[in-house]
Design a protein around this ligand. Structure first.
Ligand code: PLP
Length: 384
């Protein structure tokens, strides 16, 4: 007899994966899943190919390969304004996802409330539910998705223990500014909340303002668990490399949880990751300019087809208002786009606990330019 744990209630195969299956069935263009279909830096692949045999193919320390931890510590100091001792303040994990699940497992008890800024990344919601925690949505209103102090304060209850911040955000593309992070610092301080940040898109942003890590700010450093990873910055999501940094006393149980959940991140790939972290600043400039070009191509395609894409500040998704299609929900909009144009997107509802109120879909532009050009033609054709 099949028995399913109570904690699985409300968890189902993500909308993203089911949309991928539907898209494959009709041979469509998949802008649904955030697959990251751009090539990794060729010099990284060459470096790895030349050295693969001589790498460590056993387990690493539970906290990670020593050389990688040193490199992450240096990068945190240089790019994030965060001081982290590689000996006891950083753990390498199986993706940012592994860092997030280990953090939830280590720090919270069933029933604890976790604030999420809605629209939010679906895996955050699923992981919160998997650990029998209660997601508490803080609504960010379209089209700006700004975090207002009063909405944040109003969402806190006596069960609230933490707030999750994703910046740059998936799916809205928001990069929370100093004022918004100030609201978080103020309210987290008032209620003694932990702040868990997911900064996986930290190097993918548009405009001149460098990435702002919440954990670098006064009032947040001592209560922030900072998570990031290599999937998006180096287009290597299959390598499954992420990391987490926090004050030593917060990180110690996270390390035990990460060890219990997965022993360590893939050791040879951890060793190769040191090379990626040493890439020059020009690498990141090129990455941003490549994504900026893709962002514009896809935004123009949706605009030309009568929809209203947002202008994301970071990450590689457009959030597109599809009211122009005469539909009344994101579900209907995504169905319409798949059926009429053969383009798979994800309904906005998949990122929200509450009704988003507008027919919005998310479209990923981490795909080759020729796919974006074809998307433009298909969207145009889908109108007629
Ligand atoms: C906000 C966010 N966090 C984490 C991940 C996954 O990161 P990783 O591949 O490091 O597990 C994604 C992937 O889409 C994401 O959008």
């Amino acid at each position: 007899m099949t028995r399913i744990a109570n904690r699985m209630a409300g968890l189902q195969q993500s909308t993203i994966r089911s949309m991928t299956a539907r898209c494959e069935a009709v041979g469509g263009i998949n802008l649904g899943q955030g697959l990251c279909q751009v090539a990794p830096p060729s010099s990284l692949l060459e470096h790895g190919t030349a050295r693969f045999e001589e790498l460590n193919h056993s387990y690493s320390y539970a906290r990670g390969d020593a050389g990688l931890l040193e490199a992450i510590s240096a990068k945190l100091a240089k790019d994030n304004g965060i001081t982290a001792d590689p000996a006891n303040q950083i753990v390498a994990t199986v993706g940012a996802t592994g860092a997030f699940t280990a953090t939830l497992a280590a720090l919270f008890n069933p029933g604890d409330g976790i604030l999420v800024l809605e629209p939010c990344y679906g895996y955050h919601l699923s992981a919160i539910r998997l650990f029998e925690l209660t997601p508490q949505p803080v609504r960010l209103a379209a089209p700006d998705f700004r975090l207002e102090r009063d909405s944040l304060r109003a969402a806190v209850t006596d069960r609230t223990r933490a707030i999750v911040v994703c910046t740059p955000a998936n799916p809205s593309g928001r990069r929370f500014d100093r004022e918004e992070l100030g609201h978080i610092a103020e309210i987290a301080g008032e209620h003694d909340l932990l702040v868990i940040t997911d900064e996986i898109y930290e190097y993918i942003y548009y405009g001149d303002q460098p990435h702002l890590s919440p954990g670098s700010l006064p009032g947040l450093a001592e209560r922030t668990v900072t998570i990031s990873g290599l999937s998006k910055s180096y287009s290597i999501p299959g390598w499954r490399l992420g990391y987490v940094t926090a004050p030593a006393e917060i990180l110690a149980p996270i390390q035990v949880a990460a060890d219990t959940l997965s022993v360590c991140a893939p050791t040879p790939l951890q060793q190769l990751a040191r090379y990626a972290l040493a890439l020059p600043d020009s690498y990141y400039e090129q990455l941003r300019s490549m994504y900026d070009g893709k962002r514009r191509l896809l935004a123009d395609a949706f605009t030309a087809a009568g929809m209203r894409p947002n202008e994301p500040e970071g990450a590689y998704y457009l959030f597109v208002d599809c009211s122009g299609l005469g539909v009344s929900s994101g579900w209907e909009a995504a169905d319409h786009l798949l059926e009429h144009a053969g383009v798979a997107t994800i309904p906005g509802e998949a990122f929200c606990l509450n009704d988003p109120g507008t027919p919005i879909v998310r479209a990923c532009f981490s795909v080759p330019d020729d796919v974006l050009e074809k998307t433009a033609l298909m969207l145009e054709k889908g109108r007629s």
